[in-house]
Design a protein around this ligand. Structure first.
Ligand code: C2E
Ligand code: CA
Ligand code: CA
Ligand code: CA
Length: 279
């Protein structure tokens, strides 16, 4: 029994080593990917439901490692947070999204704005507002061309510079959007204290719209909250025509999801807009 126990222990610790080693491999690969073509932004259209026109696009990071293949944001974003790379990734995404928006416009495309996801750590950066102002100026963009998507965890963050940084960024005229709205639990008080310009109904509500009366009631309540605070309300993860018409009936203004388009490379957006216009 003793030997068996020992054997199990050895097996267990070998397993642990594997996990640690895998993580180290991934972390090293991520460090090397930053600033290379392995790391890209893809863009998912957001549609104004009334006019059918493009409201904006959300930038989503994509990482393809030459050996490991495509790695999902759900894996590498938390990793970047843990190993101190997330602030670099955030600054890179801001610059890259602005560069791309300016490129689309110089190609003659009408893209009203780009949304960039930022982690709580990015708001610890005292220089964030200045970096954003410089980046916008460099590409001759207006502050309203940029939206920053943050999650409630940003607002629950105890770091004292967070609120100040958000205020500085908003003072520039950059829009703020509350992502995954309805999934945290301090949303209402925080929204009142710290105005954002937009809320995004989490896609878990949208997924259950057809089957669950409670999800419909909540999406309706969230829309009313948004309206009464004069916020743009975006529904995320719209996959079916039935979801789309339910959201329309409730009065949602903007939809984003696979029904309209999946995230795509920046240079594919022009073709997509052309096909949209031809429909
Ligand atoms: P998110 O910000 O909530 O982004 C929306 C996610 O839903 C994206 O997944 C998008 O591809 C996916 N999605 C869009 N429409 C649909 C749909 O109709 N159905 C379904 N099932 N999914 C849909 P993605 O790109 O895998 O990103 C996952 C998460 O990773 C993001 O969630 C965001 O929290 C994070 N993330 C992605 N890029 C960045 C980034 O550049 N910086 C930071 N900090 N986080 C990022
Ligand atoms: Ca987002
Ligand atoms: Ca979201
Ligand atoms: Ca999310």
């Amino acid at each position: 029994a003793k030997t068996g126990g020992r054997g199990r222990f050895c097996f267990f610790s070998a397993g642990m080593n594997d996990v640690v080693q895998q993580r180290l491999v991934l972390e090293t690969a991520l460090r090397q990917a930053m600033g290379t073509a392995q790391m890209q932004l893809h863009y998912q259209p957001q549609i104004d439901m009334a006019s059918g026109r493009l409201h904006g696009v959300e930038a989503l990071a994509r990482w393809t490692d030459p050996r490991l293949g495509e790695i999902e944001p759900a894996r590498f974003i938390p990793l970047a947070e843990d190993c101190g790379l997330i602030a670099d990734l955030g600054r890179w995404a801001l610059r890259e999204a602005c560069r791309q928006l300016a490129q689309w416009r110089s190609d003659g495309l009408t893209v009203p704005s780009v949304s960039v996801n930022l982690s709580p750590t990015s708001f610890h950066d005292r220089e964030l507002a200045r970096t954003i102002a410089q980046t916008l100026a460099q590409h001759a963009l207006a502050p309203q061309d940029l939206t920053l998507e943050l999650t409630e965890s940003v607002l629950l963050d105890a770091n004292p510079s967070t609120l100040q940084t958000i205020a500085e960024v908003r003072a520039l005229g950059v829009r703020m959007s509350m992502d995954d709205f309805g999934t945290g639990y301090s949303s209402l008080s925080y929204l009142r204290r710290l105005p954002v310009d937009e809320i995004k109904l989490d896609r878990s509500f949208v997924a259950d719209l057809e089957s669950d009366g409670a999800a419909r009631a909540l999406s309706n309540a969230i829309l009313e909250i948004g309206r009464s605070l004069k916020l743009t309300v975006v529904a995320e993860g719209v996959e079916t025509a039935a979801q789309d018409s339910l959201l329309r009936a409730q009065g949602y203004a903007v939809a984003q999801g696979y029904l309209v388009a999946r995230p795509m490379a920046g240079d594919a957006l022009g073709g997509w807009l052309g096909r949209m216009a031809g429909r």
